[in-house]
Design a protein around this ligand. Structure first.
Ligand code: AMP
Ligand code: ZN
Ligand code: FE
Ligand code: FE
Length: 297
């Protein structure tokens, strides 16, 4: 039996290990394949891919995009097999970066008004740790949370979110997002396959609502659903598996590893479960078929 991880983050976004080190860790953890899915960026893909080639690990380029969705839910779309050079994808990444550039100073200002000693320079410094190419790097709330923790304003990353950074928190500001349609469209334009990440985070009120949301996304071109994830209990895994069968979706799974930003999550593990190699093979097969169709056209 061979295992994989199809959802993880590096220093290219808000993880704490550089892309090559995430790949190395995957190899050391006995995984046979990995997809790197940083938030809003493919900035870590070339480094990860090169390292994967060096150690003989199968690798898929990935990305995780936050789309518009009514609170308290969050809707994240994973894109697999995307071409990092796609113009549409790069235009999208610029838009999303701008959204963050607008939001982060507002969070910092608000925190300062609450008596927290923090500056944008510190936030940028925090984000730069582990990677020198800050220019195109998405800076996110976990970077701010890490500073709050280090300076003793909170006692955990979770508390930083609960008190300040999450919706309802004292310094919460939303950022500009794509609509689900736009996110799925961009992934398709970049030659990738769109997958619904951690459906539990949609916070659907009941099964019917969850099913409706999935159906709406399928109508927009969604091709897969993340069945195994660190936030999924056994019932949710079952539910997502059932939805995948019902709508003919690919099943995927991942840890959502972030390095020491999420200390309880290990690469290749999702709440005690592992992710079967079949998920990776089916995804790669679909991508090959998509590519062949595109060439035939
Ligand atoms: P951002 O990119 O600024 O929207 O932040 C997204 C990141 O924050 C993701 O890595 C999430 O897993 C993380 N995050 C969101 N909510 C929380 C929370 N309540 N506790 C810890 N991390 C969170
Ligand atoms: Zn993250
Ligand atoms: Fe996510
Ligand atoms: Fe993630």
């Amino acid at each position: 039996m061979s295992f994989v991880d199809l959802h993880c983050h590096s220093t290219a976004s808000d993880g704490t290990l550089p892309p090559a080190q995430v790949v190395r860790l995957a190899g050391e953890s006995g995984l046979s394949a990995l997809a790197l899915t940083d938030h809003d960026t493919v900035g870590g893909i070339s480094e990860a891919q090169a390292q994967a080639r060096r150690i003989g690990l199968d690798f898929l380029a990935g990305i995780e995009i936050s789309a518009e969705y009514p609170q308290p839910g969050t809707l994240h779309i994973l894109g697999y097999g995307i071409d990092p050079l796609s113009p549409q994808l790069n235009e999208m990444m610029r838009t999303l970066l701008e959204g963050r550039d607008n939001r982060n100073p507002r969070i910092v200002e608000k925190l300062r008004s609450l008596g927290v000693a923090i500056t944008m320079a510190e936030v940028e410094q925090e984000a730069r740790a582990g990677s020198d190419e800050l220019k195109h790097k998405p800076i996110g709330r976990p970077h701010i949370a890490a500073i709050l923790l280090r300076k003793g304003y909170v006692t955990s990353i979770k508390q930083a979110f609960d008190k300040y950074l999450a919706p309802g928190g004292l310094a919460y500001f939303d950022k500009e997002r794509l609509t689900p349609r736009q996110a799925i469209e961009r992934i398709g334009q970049a030659g990738g396959v769109a997958v619904l990440a951690h459906p539990v985070q949609l916070r659907a009120e009941n099964d019917a609502q969850l099913e409706r949301t999935v159906k709406d996304l399928v109508d927009l071109g969604l091709e897969g659903i993340e069945v195994i994830h660190s936030d999924h209990d056994e019932a949710m895994v079952e539910k997502c598996s059932h939805l995948a069968d019902r709508f003919g979706l690919l099943k995927t799974g991942g840890s959502d590893f972030h390095g020491s930003n999420k200390k309880d999550i290990q690469l290749g593990r999702a709440a005690g479960r592992r992710i079967p190699r079949d998920f990776f093979d089916a995804l790669r097969l679909r991508l090959n078929q998509t590519r062949e169709r595109a060439i035939a056209r």
